[in-house]
Design a protein around this ligand. Structure first.
Ligand code: HEC
Length: 154
């Protein structure tokens, strides 16, 4: 390679690098993502994802507490427990659906599949908990859905 060609090449590389840099002053990783993901790709900002996950964890604790209660065959207590379980499940479903669809989809198609499964499991748990004789078997398995996604996607 001649010296001039070498200098031209170096200059081009510097030019490209500086354009990339200017493009991405605010957040270099963010603009890199614009390049590495297809345009219609629904990407959730890590900070947003984390805060939604924090909310999921909070509702998960409420659900656990509600499931741990042992109502004394007393209709009022049985109904109170059901309402607590249903409320936690509804919140979990709402947060998970928000991550699943709209403009803040899951991080990649693989995780999207997990989120779809997760949301339908939560729906199933809600239906079972709404039965005249509430059944909490599926509600008790929700945390397994959190874990199985974390094992693969974190
Ligand atoms: C479809 C996949 C998926 C499901 C289902 C899921 N998570 Fe997550 N979760 C993730 C991913 C991915 C991260 C990593 C986010 C990051 O650190 O950028 C995460 C991170 C977290 C974190 C750590 C947040 C932080 O501050 O770093 C908590 C807590 C959490 N999830 C709780 C839950 C709970 C509770 C559930 C179930 C009710 C759940 N998640 C269901 C994918 C999932």
């Amino acid at each position: 390679m001649s010296k001039t060609r070498f200098l031209i090449t170096i200059n081009l590389v510097l030019l490209i690098l500086s354009m990339m840099f200017l493009n991405s002053c605010s957040n270099p990783m963010e603009s890199l993502r614009k390049v590495t993901y297809p345009p219609d790709f629904k990407y959730t900002e890590p900070s947003k994802l984390r805060s939604e996950m924090g909310q999921l964890a909070q509702q998960m604790r409420m659900l656990d507490e509600a499931l741990n209660e042992r109502p004394n065959h007393n209709d009022v207590e049985i109904e109170e427990q059901r309402q607590q379980v249903l409320s936690a499940l509804a919140q979990i479903e709402r947060i998970a659906s928000r991550l699943q669809s709209g403009n803040s989809g899951a991080n990649h198609p693989f995780m999207q599949d997990y989120m779809d499964t997760f949301v339908s499991q939560v729906g199933e748990a809600r239906v079972a908990a709404s039965l005249p004789e509430p059944r909490y078997y599926f509600a008790g398995k929700i945390s397994g859905g959190c874990t199985s996604c974390h094992r693969i996607n974190r």
